[in-house]
Write a new protein. Sequence first.
Length: 140
Amino acid sequence: MKRFGSVCAMVAMAGVLVGVVACGGGGTQDPAALEGGEWRLVASSVTDPDLAAAGITVSFDGAVAGGFSGVNQYSGAYEADDTGSLAVGMLTTTLIAGPEPLMEAEARYQSLISAAASFEASGDRLTITTADGDTLTYER
């Protein structure tokens, strides 16, 4: 019986640890922190092309995210919650052609923002992370 109690305690502790990891360690984010102005991309885990050099921006307003993606304007529905989860829906864009390096940066950026999985907003800094671990870092 003593062994059964030890096993139950270990299973219970494992369940608590899984719960903490799955919930991100108890940290929270405020989805309202996304709103209230324009965010300018200042860094990215993608180095080729240099997305930060393309003048990319994003704003969050209600349930719509949008901005400038290097050549065109873009927008799409988004959902964010207090666990830091972020999902951006299908994007609509204007259809202006531009220089090839900017078009390449724009296409890469749009694929990354569409793959957003989480966000972390702190003061005037926002980091969006995709499910694959790529990051987009913005400043107000």
